[in-house]
Write a protein that binds this ligand. Structure first.
Ligand SMILES: [Zn+2]
Length: 306
């Protein structure tokens, strides 16, 4: 038996706790990072580091006299909102895209100072590599190359999705906690999985897959507006919900779509049934979460309390 010094065992135990922590973000933000800025403004972040594909809840506390506080992350405006009108706390949710290069980035916050000039303050967030499975497959070349017609269709789908994610609805359409889209299912897999086909890297798997029987009811994980309800080449029958402030959830491979574009849905409303449409090997629900263009692990938003 190898002798392991006590201190090392203690460290290993701490490491286990650290790994478990992101799943246990409590109701009120426990700030690891607390930055005091000018004009009585302070910035808080649940952590100073975040893995690729994760969510980082943040807060800005600003005196009542300051309005128009804005924030920026990953080259995009990162909306801030108040839970109640008179609250001094603004909440934000930073998404770290699953392919964001590891390194140091700034979450920048700005507001008008007393003399009207813009004031700035920022927090450095270190992005570390996510732990994703890699799948290497060797198949006949003809299966790797889609035919031109399919390729054209997939490209059009992609354009449509980009236009959706480029739109930021400047209001909060959700209320309370985000929920899992299937009843009683809280674990799913494949998020961030890298696939290498014949030595060539393909785009990573951006959602969470939940195996389920075809026909199982799929529910809206939050209230929002249906911005897409149609058949796409890769994701089959697909529903995309806009929850406001750049937060979108996607439900793919459905056997049946139960909503119409532009319809407003309530959290927990049935929006379709599990199926095996699109490019799949069997029935399952693919659930995606995009926050201001960042593709993140949807399970984290359902585990996070409002
Ligand atoms: Zn999937």
């Amino acid at each position: 038996m190898t002798y392991v010094p006590l201190i090392q065992r203690k460290l290993a135990f701490c490491a286990v706790l650290l790994i478990l922590t992101p799943a246990l973000i409590p109701t009120r933000l426990v700030a690891q990072i607390h930055r005091a800025c000018a004009n009585g403004v302070s910035l808080r972040s649940t952590a100073g580091t975040a893995a690729q594909g994760s969510l980082l809840p943040t807060e800005v506390v600003a005196p009542k006299t300051i309005s128009n506080v804005t924030s920026e992350w990953d080259g995009h405006p990162a909306p801030l909102w108040r839970e109640s009108q008179n609250s001094l706390t603004l909440h934000g949710l930073l998404g770290v895209d699953l392919e964001k290069a590891p390194g140091q980035y700034e979450w920048k916050v700005s507001w008008p100072g007393p003399n009207g000039d813009a004031e700035f303050c920022s927090v450095t967030i270190t992005v570390r590599p996510g732990k994703f499975a890699t799948e290497r497959l060797t198949v006949e070349q003809k299966f790797v190359q889609p035919d031109p017609e399919q390729e054209k269709r997939a490209e059009e789908d992609q354009k449509k999705m980009r236009a959706i994610y480029d739109t930021v609805t400047p209001e909060r359409l959700w209320d309370g906690k985000f929920q899992f889209p299937l009843k009683g299912v809280t674990t799913g897999g494949n998020f961030g999985r890298r696939r290498i086909l014949n030595g060539e890297a393909r785009s990573p798997h951006a959602g969470v897959d939940f195996p389920a029987a075809a026909g199982t009811a799929v529910f809206a994980s939050q209230s929002g507006k249906v911005v897409l309800a149609e058949n796409l080449y890769y994701s089959g029958n697909t529903v995309v919900l806009d929850h406001g402030y750049g937060i979108y959830t996607m439900y793919a491979h459905l056997s049946k779509i139960g909503v119409q574009p532009d319809e407003m849905v309530k959290v927990g409303a049935e929006i379709g049934k599990v199926g095996a449409t699109g490019r799949v090997t069997g029935p399952h629900l693919h659930w995606g979460l995009t926050i201001n263009h960042a593709r993140v692990n949807a399970i984290q938003i359902a585990q996070r309390q409002p």
